[in-house]
Ligand binder design. Structure first.
Ligand code: ADP
Ligand code: MG
Length: 377
């Protein structure tokens, strides 16, 4: 039996895809105390996809999520779900639900009663709410635990009860605010995979807030990087690493070196740059423009470098400050005067064939296409 079909919410799937497509248009939130938590967000999230809102504490993730959920109203802009503006509607009328942490479960109620609770509040007759609860409990694979109290379950099982509690309203959009933050490392990795698997099975839209980069890229189809109440980039998980838009995104996601240089000339779509220490760089411009004399930034991934001779274009020379063995690779940190540290991830086999000592000079180079131009913000 197709369980995904069973929980398709009443608004029919659109012809073009799954229900639960979200669009934020100029959404802003200023709290009565004057705090501007969200500063004009434009964002599209495909129906039936897994989206992560990622950013440091205080950047407006929770506020954005609560506005989609219907627990907070924007002070400007529109929120559309499947094409209709839902601003002013209750969560129920929007077809949204929020998953709360497992510690929000009622300790004195069984799994079944915890899951059926919101239907009880709505006045759904007992037989019907148990029937509904049992279906959702089956979807989260807790049938054999339906009669237990939360305290008689493992942390992961409690988290699944919390999920079932949100799913019983048959939402087309499920919102999760830092759903894994209270779990220990082992459980976090396990639940993260379970959430992803559950989203695939249900076919509804998940919007998951996290401040952990690896969590976001591990689960999400779409990663939305936020800062100061704004969206800095929205891309596939891979796109965020492969093509960070700005120095902020490159540095926040990690794994990148951000370098800068002044444009000396542009020819055939390639800018020749001069770094602050006199280094020569070449960066492909693509659709971007750059003018001679302008200072630009670009990113080079730490894992796309090779030991080079110091004279080549697109290379960095510095003194080896630290060498850390990381199992599958070796992390080498170079210091340079007047510039931030430069980090290279060297294949461990290659490193141990020709080890480098701390304190010596080393140079790393990269191919032209590994230099990725960044926009200034
Ligand atoms: P995040 O979830 O990314 O940590 P929040 O959305 O919770 O960020 O908060 C964004 C900003 O809005 C913060 O500066 C926070 O202090 C402020 N803020 C959040 N909720 C309220 C509120 N109810 N009243 C006033 N300011 C708030
Ligand atoms: Mg938050």
């Amino acid at each position: 039996m197709d369980t995904a079909a069973e929980i398709t919410p009443s608004p029919a799937r659109t012809v073009t895809g799954h229900a639960g497509a979200i669009e934020l248009a100029g959404v802003a939130k200023r709290f009565p105390n004057g705090a501007l938590a969200v500063n004009g967000i434009n964002l599209r999230i495909a129906g039936g996809s897994y989206c992560c809102l990622l950013g440091p504490s205080g950047c407006g993730k929770t506020t954005t999520l609560r506005m989609i959920a219907g627990h907070e109203e924007p002070t400007a802009g529109e929120i559309l779900i499947d094409g209709s503006n839902v601003v002013g509607l209750s969560p129920r009328a929007r077809g949204t639900a929020m998953m709360f942490q497992s510690y929000a479960l009622f300790p004195h109620l069984s799994v079944r009663d915890n899951v059926a609770f919101s239907l009880r509040v709505r006045g759904t007759p007992r037989a019907e709410r148990y029937r509904e609860a049992d279906q959702v409990i089956e979807q989260v694979q807790l049938t054999e635990f339906a009669a237990r109290l939360p305290g008689q379950l493992s942390g992961g099982q409690q988290q699944r009860v919390a999920l079932a509690r949100a799913l019983i309203t048959r939402p087309r959009v499920l919102l999760l605010d830092e759903p894994l933050s209270a779990l220990d490392e082992f459980l976090r990795l396990q639940m993260r995979a379970e959430l992803r698997e559950m989203q695939r099975r249900l076919g509804i839209t998940f919007v998951h807030v996290t401040h952990t980069q690896l969590e976001a890229v591990a689960v999400a189809d779409q990663v939305v990087v936020m800062a100061h109440g704004e969206v800095r980039q929205s891309s596939s998980a891979r796109g965020i690493y492969a093509e960070p838009r700005s120095a902020y995104v490159a540095q926040f996601m990690g794994g990148q070196n951000v370098l800068r240089g002044t444009v000396e000339s542009v020819a055939a779509g390639i800018a020749t740059l001069r770094g602050p220490g006199g280094e020569g760089y070449a960066v492909r411009l693509g659709a971007d423009k750059a003018l001679a004399g302008q200072t630009v930034e670009f990113a080079v991934r730490r894992d796309r470098l090779s030991l080079a001779s110091s004279s080549t274009v697109n290379s960095i020379t510095g003194r080896v400050r630290a060498i850390e063995y990381q199992g599958t690779f070796v992390k080498m940190t170079l210091t340079r005067s007047g510039a931030p540290d430069f980090v290279a991830y060297v294949d461990e086999g290659a490193y141990f064939r020709a080890p480098v000592a701390v304190g010596t000079m080393a140079s790393f180079g990269w191919e032209l296409d590994e230099a990725h131009l960044l926009v200034s913000e």
